[in-house]
Design a protein. Structure first.
Length: 75
């Protein structure tokens, strides 16, 4: 598996590493109790929120670019 990550895009490699980390943490959490499970869920929620913010920023930039193009056409 480690050899394959060299051929993957950095994003895919990072996602694979995150999945491995989450799986390992879940295994530890099952042995130790529910605390780790809650931490994982919290991290996942934070990651989702960050991704949503990034998507919103990208959408806003696209809208601004479209508006600028429309203004240039009108001029």
């Amino acid at each position: 598996m480690q050899n394959l990550t060299h051929f993957l895009q950095p994003e895919a490699a990072a996602a694979a590493a995150a999945a491995k980390t989450a799986a390992a943490a879940k295994a530890v959490g099952a042995a130790a109790g529910g605390d780790v499970q809650q931490q994982i869920q919290q991290q996942q929620r934070q990651q989702q929120q960050q991704q949503q913010r990034q998507q919103q920023q990208m959408q806003q930039q696209q809208i601004q670019q479209q508006q600028q193009q429309e203004q240039q056409i009108q001029q």
